[in-house]
Design a protein around this ligand. Structure first.
Ligand code: PGA
Length: 261
């Protein structure tokens, strides 16, 4: 994902079924203007993706899968593959802390999913971030580095062009306790420097980095003002059309300010 746009991703998680998602999309499409400088990505539950992909104005919104399995086909009862999502979604979340912690996804699973997404023309959004205790021990940058190495192993520099990194401190997700912009600045800089170490300066400069974790309409602008932050991954606040559209507006005004400056 090139860094000439702000990327705002709405992670609806396991909220809103097909009908509700469709009504909500209708509401959002009245409130959010298509903007050249902001890409708005919606991640509804898996069943709603097909319906929304037909309903959506593709200039206004893109779709993301919240999850998928890394094998393309086969005897994997209950799973949906990236191959099945191909053409329906443009993005896929990978390595969200809820997947890592509740569903015990390992770095090995996560790297296989990053590869599966790329193989199927889906842009992976690789989520990384430290827990509260890792933070307390001062291990944030080590965790970030390890999760980047773990998630991106076997990804070439060419493939990396389709990867976005989301920095989501685990303690900030759904807790109302959002990270301080200073901490996000340090973490985002750390991500860029690890990408530089792994792929070189150009790749580090080009990769898009998002912040996620209890983002609100009030805090959005502070994160978007951080030079290394290219967008937001929004959970709870994306379920309210007024709040979410305000966040998108902030991204638009930020891009405008950046261009003028
Ligand atoms: P939150 O979720 O905004 O509700 O903290 C963010 C996320 O899990 O991606």
């Amino acid at each position: 994902m090139a860094r000439d746009k702000k990327l705002i991703v709405a992670n609806w998680k396991m909220n809103m079924g097909v009908h509700e998602s469709s009504l909500y999309l209708h509401e959002l499409s009245r409130m959010i203007q298509p903007r050249r400088d902001v890409e708005v990505v919606l991640a509804p539950e898996t069943l709603a993706l097909q319906t929304l992909s037909v309903q959506i104005n593709h200039r206004q919104f893109k779709l993301a899968a919240q999850n998928f399995y890394w094998r393309d086909h086969g005897a994997f009862t209950g799973e949906v593959s990236a191959t099945m999502l191909r053409g329906i979604v443009q993005y896929g979340l990978v390595g969200h802390s809820e997947r890592r912690n509740i569903f015990h996804e390992s770095d090995k699973d996560i790297r296989a999913k990053v590869q599966a997404a790329i193989r199927n023309n889906i842009k992976p959004i690789l989520c990384i971030g430290e827990t509260a205790s890792e933070r307390a021990w001062g291990e944030t940058l080590d965790v970030i580095n390890d999760q980047l190495i773990g998630g991106l192993a076997n990804i070439t520099s060419e493939e990396l062009e389709d990867v976005t990194i989301a920095y989501e401190p685990v303690w900030a997700i759904g807790s109302g306790q959002n990270a301080l912009p200073y901490d996000v600045t340090i973490a985002a800089r750390g991500i860029r420097s690890q990408i530089k170490h792994l792929y070189g300066a150009k790749a580090a400069e080009n990769i898009a980095i998002l912040y996620g974790g209890s983002v609100t309409a009030e805090s959005a602008a502070d994160y978007l003002a951080i030079p290394d932050v290219d967008g937001l991954l929004v959970g709870g606040a994306s379920l309210d059309a007024h709040i979410f559209s305000e966040i998108v507006d902030k991204a638009h005004s930020k891009s405008t300010v950046v261009k003028k400056g």
